[in-house]
Design a protein around this ligand. Structure first.
Ligand code: GDP
Ligand code: IMO
Ligand code: MG
Length: 416
């Protein structure tokens, strides 16, 4: 089970791609095309939003019931991997055109209070799921049912769009025809994915779960309301695929050696001044889906300790260590100072305490050597090794993988 341990874009796609080599099935269990997972193979860069990243290794891929599916995006990806073996849960919900329109309109209306969503319709789609108004993948299997469901949904959504958001309504005929076309293309992939994964596990196969978004964007455990509308945390993989929680036997958290965040919301270790721009340029920190600049910060061990707790992380993959080459000093946030002046190593449970928390840093020495020549963890410069050891000892969790570059081969395995 691979889970993002920060605010997303930790390099989950790359770690999934690595571990997919030894896996028989790779599953997404939540989220939708708000995700952008990058895999770099020599001169080819794959940016994947809907399919599990295991598709690049040619592994059977599952899109679980907990996901939300934009059929247009999915079809675009299926076209890129025509030989892909893909199993799409009939219980996953469809992101419909009005979800995108409402996401955009509601962000516009929020103005200064906007979440900074990816505007891919994620929140409105999950809201309709919870409201029991959603349209599911299985509904595309019967053209009559699909048309009826679109009609029922539009009766409400068009009112909402016109009267509340002063936006354009959708035409039933146009949407129904469009989705009938999508249905023809996608119906062959629809499957009982819970049964498929259960059978794979019973047959002794290795199943890899790929989290999208991340712990601090989790609807329950993240920095609400500046979160996504699903549960990226590890335990959600069981519900999002339809297996029992005890089937998940190992959780690997992925964290950058620093922190980034896209969109609005509190971010205690965000760097003030020129080092933020430097970090963004060195790390190419621009959104995979939206192209937005990612906010950059120093590594936050309070937040990471929290991610270890709420996911039950057994091992960490620390990515993008190479980006830290060329900084003379590396502040690492080890405590927060709270409103009452005390210090805490534990993530504040309440929003206003978190907003008021001030990071307290310990400064570690930097290194100037690039890491691309390191063939093993032993080749890392002393200061880089000490940086990783420090993370490990502060969190009491093994850092088993270290990322030293974007390419799929640029990762070092550390012995326990
Ligand atoms: P994800 O959403 O968690 O899969 O991460 P993204 O793909 O959105 O963002 C991670 C970015 O960092 C991508 O451009 C990756 O190619 C790149 N990347 C991943 N690991 C490393 C690494 O160890 N070093 C460097 N320099 N880049 C990396
Ligand atoms: P991956 O899987 C980083 C952020 C958005 C916004 C908030 C809500 O590539 O790590 P949403 O569109 O989900 O309603 O937006 O969540 N966000 C991400 N940030 N990486 C992602 O995915 C993200 N998916 C959503 O920027 O702040
Ligand atoms: Mg991403």
């Amino acid at each position: 089970m691979i889970v993002g341990a920060q605010w997303g874009d930790e390099g989950k796609g790359k770690i999934v791609d690595l571990l997919a080599q030894d896996s028989d099935v790779v599953c997404r269990y939540q989220g939708g095309p708000n995700a952008g997972h990058t895999i770099v193979v020599d001169d080819d860069t794959y940016k994947i939003r809907a399919l599990p990243s295991g598709i690049v290794r040619g592994k059977p891929c599952v899109i679980g019931n907990g996901c939300v599916v934009d059929l247009e995006v999915l079809i675009g990806e299926l076209d890129r991997f025509p030989d892909g073996e893909v199993y799409l849960s009939g219980n996953a919900h469809l992101i419909m055109p009005w979800h995108l329109a409402i996401d955009q309109a509601s962000e516009r209306r929020l103005g200064k209070l906007a979440i900074g969503t990816t505007k891919r319709g994620i929140g409105p789609c999950y809201a309709d799921k919870a409201m029991r108004l959603g349209i599911r993948v299985q509904d595309i299997l019967d053209a009559k049912i699909l048309r009826q469901k679109i009609e029922v949904a539009l009766a409400e959504k068009n009112l909402w769009l016109e009267k509340v958001y002063e936006s354009e309504p959708f035409d039933l005929e146009t949407v129904a025809t469009q989705y009938e076309g999508y249905a023809q293309r996608v119906r062959r992939y629809v499957a009982d994915t819970s049964l498929y994964v259960d059978t794979a596990l019973r047959d002794g196969k290795h199943v890899l779960f790929e989290g999208a978004q991340a712990t601090l964007l989790d609807l329950d455990h993240g920095t609400y309301p500046f979160v996504t509308s699903s549960n990226p945390v590890a335990s959600s993989a069981a519900t999002g695929v339809g297996i029992g929680p005890r089937r998940i036997d190992r959780v690997i958290g992925v964290a950058k050696a620093y922190v980034t965040r896209v969109g609005e919301g509190p971010f205690p270790s965000e760097i003030a001044g020129g080092d933020q721009d430097r970090m963004r340029e060195l790390g190419h920190e621009y959104g995979t889906v939206t192209g937005r600049s990612r906010r950059c910060g120093w590594l936050d061990l309070v937040a990471l300790r929290y991610a270890v707790r709420v996911n039950g992380i057994d091992k960490l993959a620390l990515t993008k260590l190479d980006v830290l080459s060329h900084f003379d000093e590396l502040p690492v946030c080890v405590h927060y100072r709270t409103r009452d002046g005390s210090e805490t190593r534990d993530f504040p449970a309440h929003q206003s305490d978190f907003h008021a928390a001030e990071p307290v840093y310990e400064t570690l020495p930097g290194w100037s050597e690039p890491l691309d020549g390191c063939a093993t963890a032993a080749d890392l410069p002393d200061a880089a090794r000490r940086y990783v050891d420090f993370v490990e000892s502060e969190l009491d969790v093994e850092v088993s993988l270290v990322g030293t570059g974007a390419d799929r081969a640029s990762v070092l395995t550390r012995a326990a």
